[in-house]
Design a protein around this ligand. Structure first.
Ligand SMILES: Nc1ncnc2c1ncn2[C@@H]1O[C@H](COP(=O)(O)OP(=O)(O)OP(=O)(O)O)[C@@H](O)[C@H]1O
Ligand SMILES: [Mg+2]
Length: 258
């Protein structure tokens, strides 16, 4: 097998920098960030509003191009790809969920889930469908497959989005505040699914959140402040969500000028 396709790490960001135009000048949203995520890791990326969490996740997902620096996914340098190749790579190899579900309103839950596979021209044989259906059943979506997004609860919509993100067996599941629009119970249900996917299927997960009660499910915590990584520690270093909250606040609140 080609070694380049089976490196230890799922995600590697090297010197990742993103500047956005702002007024006359530019704003440094992400500054020279290095991050390596091994296969099977579950990383929570925390930070205050505006600290660069979404920017970082979008760069890793190839949704935005960096000003400088590089992203490698399983050894593939996505910056070297043209837009079309990157779009196809993203559809086939990256699973993304957002705070706002992003389901297509005129498609049923099942059609939404299968949309990326169909767009890719993939034929779904009986074995594949049976495997997918078993997963949807675990997500407690079996009854909802024929329904349209606007008739589903927020938690159900997010589980549909999750099923869609995972049906292509991605390198990593990238989630940007996936519990942001959900109440406590629905949010924790999503966290439990992430936990199971990571523990039982060794799924690599990058989860952006500012909520300690969500981040505490991860095995590693990365804290961003003003576009820089200011903390990177195993979850086991903090006992529970309130201890994590204290450590996070300490790291996140100090401004760059201090
Ligand atoms: N497309 C853009 N154009 C200009 N500035 C942007 C753009 N996207 C993000 N920014 C700026 O970059 C900084 C980081 O934004 P980002 O969305 O990454 O923050 P965040 O940590 O995800 O915040 P939140 O918790 O509010 O989602 C912010 O100051 C934001 O205003
Ligand atoms: Mg954000």
């Amino acid at each position: 097998m080609d070694e380049r396709t089976t490196p230890e790490f799922a995600v590697r960001a090297i010197g990742l920098t993103k500047k956005y135009p702002r007024g006359e000048g530019e704003f440094l949203a992400l500054s020279n960030v290095d991050l390596t995520v091994e296969r099977g890791e579950f990383v929570a990326i925390m930070g205050a509003s505006g600290s660069g969490k979404s920017t970082m996740l979008h760069l890793i997902a190839g949704l935005t191009r960096p000003t400088s620096g590089e992203v490698e996914l399983e050894g593939v340098k996505i910056g070297k790809m043209g837009d079309r190749a990157l779009t196809i790579f993203r559809r086939r190899r990256i699973g993304i969920v957002f705070q706002s579900y992003n389901l297509i309103p005129h498609l049923t839950a099942e059609e939404n889930i299968l949309f990326p596979l169909r767009a890719d021209g993939r034929r779904l044989d009986a074995t594949t469908m049976a495997k997918l259906r078993a997963f949807w059943s675990e997500l407690e979506l079996s009854e909802q497959l024929g329904q349209y997004p606007d008739s589903l609860s927020g938690g159900q919509q997010q589980r549909v989005a999750l099923a869609r993100a995972l049906c292509s067996d991605p390198v990593a599941l990238l989630a940007d505040e996936p519990t942001g629009n959900l109440d406590w119970t629905a949010g924790q249900a999503i966290c439990r699914i992430f936990d199971r996917l990571n523990r039982e299927e060794a799924r690599t997960i990058l989860l952006v959140t500012h909520e300690p009660a969500v981040a505490v499910w991860a095995k590693r915590i990365v804290v961003l402040r003003d576009g820089e990584i200011v903390g990177d520690f195993p979850r086991s270093e903090v006992g529970d969500a309130s201890e994590l909250a204290a450590r996070y606040q300490e790291l996140a609140r100090v401004s760059r000028s201090v």
